[in-house]
Ligand binder design. Sequence first.
Ligand code: ADP
Ligand code: MG
Length: 160
Amino acid sequence: MKQNNMTIEVKAILENVAVVRVAVSSFISSLDITLDELMDIKTAVSEAVTNSIEHGYDGIISENNTVLVNAYIEDEENIKIEIVDEGIGIEDIELATTPTYTSKPELEHAGMGFTIMESFMDEIVIDSIKDRGTKITLTKKIKNKKSKECNFIENEIKIC
Ligand code: ADP
Ligand code: MG
């Protein structure tokens, strides 16, 4: 498998979380990856993109508020995905990553996004500067060989 990379930039609206999920799924589906691993990556990316929209930009919709996703197939076993926003940034990363902590309890947030990203991916690096933005770098090592069965993701991406 050749190295490959993809960049997608979307307006910061929640509808685009699904757009990113499909794009990332399609990008990595050529790898010898199991459905479980693909689901882990999709879930973690969704959490990070949702955070950029809801927290980074505080839900404010504007032409300038975009989320950038850079995905890299580094080799046949290593995937790296960066989720970047230019929002408010995270002041206290230790607090933000504490399980069940949320700065928006009134919106029924569970405060489990970072915990999910940590448990579904091999590594998560958080770079954030207050009032400048946040970059989340997620990495996953592909360990399992896919099964012989075919599965469909988002009704169109076939994993065999
Ligand atoms: P939740 O989204 O349910 O609040 P998370 O674990 O996903 O829980 O995030 C924890 C907290 O980290 C958020 O409540 C928010 O304060 C902060 N946070 C996460 N991502 C960002 C981001 N991209 N920009 C600014 N703050 C963020
Ligand atoms: Mg969250």
